[in-house]
Design a protein around this ligand. Structure first.
Ligand code: FES
Length: 185
């Protein structure tokens, strides 16, 4: 059984909206993930050209795609495990580890870049000890660098859990994140 192979250690409040919706009755989190994962992988069995779609659905379901799940996807879709891992590391949307409670998306598109977004990224990396694609050890923040947030007039810009903040400089960005930190987990 899949649920014996991979154990997820989740707090219920950290479940993705998709998993919250799909979980049935008294099902454990592991059982719910196993069942839904089987639904996805049965549908796309042997279809290596559907890898992106499968990764998208699994990311939506679990919130991240850990190595044992990557291995299972590779087996079921009949693709090389290395291919799954390299697709995940290529697209910022996919993560191997859970994202933080506060998900920072910092824009490095042209408008933001010329107005200093690289300095903001460096400052966040230094302040919280994370690189793009990583989360802080306490699970509070995760950092993602994106190409354009669609609010170039406010550059340099970032979103925190989808909420846009613009006309930033390193200090302003840290102030916003410290307010999140003070609100805690
Ligand atoms: S380039 Fe940053 S919001 Fe468009």
């Amino acid at each position: 059984m899949y649920s014996n192979e991979i154990i997820f250690d989740f707090d219920v409040e950290n479940l993705t909206p998709v998993l919250k919706k799909k979980r049935q009755g008294n099902e454990s989190i592991n059982e719910a993930i196993a069942r839904e994962l089987d639904v996805i992988l049965t549908k796309y069995k042997g279809q290596g050209d559907s890898l992106l779609e499968v990764l998208h659905q699994v990311q939506q379901l679990i919130g991240f795609i850990p190595r044992p799940v990557q291995m299972k996807i590779a087996r079921e879709l009949d693709v090389a495990p290395g291919e799954v891992t390299s697709v995940i590391s290529f697209y910022a949307h996919f993560t191997e580890k859970p994202k933080g409670k506060y998900q920072i998306a910092l824009c490095k598109g042209t408008a933001c870049y010329v107005k200093g977004s690289a300095d903001i990224i460096k400052r966040i990396e230094k302040e919280y000890g994370i690189k793009p694609g990583e989360s802080t050890d306490d699970g509070l923040f995760s950092l993602e660098v994106v190409r354009c947030l669609g609010c170039c007039g406010l550059s340099p810009a970032m979103t925190v859990n989808g909420e846009a903040h613009g006309l930033l400089n390193p200090e302003k960005a840290i102030n916003i994140l410290e307010k999140c930190k003070n609100r805690g987990m």
